[in-house]
Design a protein around this ligand. Structure first.
Ligand SMILES: NC(=O)c1ccc[n+]([C@@H]2O[C@H](COP(=O)([O-])OP(=O)(O)OC[C@H]3O[C@@H](n4cnc5c(N)ncnc54)[C@H](OP(=O)(O)O)[C@@H]3O)[C@@H](O)[C@H]2O)c1
Length: 292
């Protein structure tokens, strides 16, 4: 399902019938602190989004809960009418409270309202890809997703959504979702130091389902490890570039959505992610102590 792109590291992947660059962009960092409120520098935020598209990135990840509404409105302002190849993935299943928390919102009415909000704020008639976000800030939690996912499947039947995925999900929930409607991706936390999903990634690859790691650079806790620094020094590049290159090499079904509020960082990450790590590099990186 992956093919080689002449321009971007990692080539492309096809989500259902939508082809995207494996190097994408996650828009969560474009808000104010702790994913609440507007960015400190609105023009810089708009510039990051336009730079992503100018560089050839065709996969943006967002959610109406970022801000809330902030990243979707920035995406619309920066990029609407959207260029043909651009695909925007969003998430439903959580809302925001006054303290910046992420209370779950997964009743059918909640799901329908969030899909409608995403359509409005992004200025679209159909959403390319909607992930049902499960669990909480601590990670996946067991429990049936049927009611919420059946609602998303209905909205897909109504033509408001092209493809479905799940996020922050257990393997059992992924299996349950697949009994309700096909999924094209799973978006879970995964990076060099957090490899709980290693087996799942291989299983999804065999099934032709994409795996989209969130916090690929460690998120709010940047990845730090002596092995990562050593490989970066040996390759005269940055630890962030090595972490992204490792993910691209880890499995062909991995799609990157690293976040940044800086167009300079975006360019650096894209330039660095295409390096081919040697077997020695990979062995050293695979030895990093895992947290889950
Ligand atoms: N499904 C979910 O529950 C869920 C949860 C979290 C995130 N997500 C998605 O996943 C995406 C990625 O996660 P994330 O953005 O939270 O974390 P991330 O990609 O792991 O890391 C982003 C952090 O790395 C920094 N950074 C990036 N490139 C850098 C560079 N070259 N040099 C120095 N610092 C650099 C950014 O700071 P600067 O802004 O200064 O560059 C930012 O603080 C999000 O944007 C969002 O779309 C989904």
């Amino acid at each position: 399902m992956s093919t080689t792109s002449l321009t971007l590291p990692g080539g492309t992947w096809t989500l259902g019938d939508l082809t995207v660059t494996r190097f994408g962009y996650g828009a969560m960092q474009l808000t104010g602190p702790w994913v609440m409120g507007p960015p400190a520098d609105r023009e810089a935020a708009l510039d990051v989004l336009r730079t992503a598209v100018d560089l050839g990135i065709t996969h943006l990840d967002t959610s109406d809960a970022y801000g809330p509404r902030v990243t979707n409105e920035l995406i619309r302002e920066a990029l609407h009418p959207y260029p043909g190849p651009l695909r925007i993935a969003t998430k439903v299943g959580a809302t925001r409270d006054d303290q910046g928390g992420w209370p779950p919102a997964r009743r059918p009415d909640d799901i329908r309202r969030q899909v409608d909000d995403n359509l409005t704020s992004l200025g679209l008639d159909t959403l390319d890809l909607v992930n049902l976000r499960l669990g909480d800030a601590e990670g996946p939690r067991p429990g049936s997703l049927a009611e919420a996912f059946e609602t998303l499947a209905e909205l897909q039947q109504e033509g408001l959504i092209r493809h479905l995925g799940v996020s922050n999900a257990t393997e059992q929930q992924i299996t349950e979702a697949q009994t309700i409607a096909p999924i094209v991706c799973v978006q879970n936390m995964y990076n060099l130091a957090h490899r709980h999903d290693d087996g799942l990634i291989d299983k999804l690859d065999a099934d032709g389902v994409a795996y989209v790691p969130f916090f690929p650079l460690g998120g709010f806790t940047p990845l730090q490890s002596s092995a990562l620094s050593a490989v970066a020094a040996r390759r005269t590049t940055t630890p962030k570039a090595v972490a992204l290159a490792w993910l691209l090499q880890r499995s062909p079904n991995i799609l990157l959505i690293p976040g940044t509020s800086s167009a300079t960082h975006l360019r650096e990450n894209l330039a660095g992610a295409g390096m081919v790590l040697s077997a020695e590099d990979v062995a050293e990186l695979d030895g990093i102590e895992h947290t889950g």
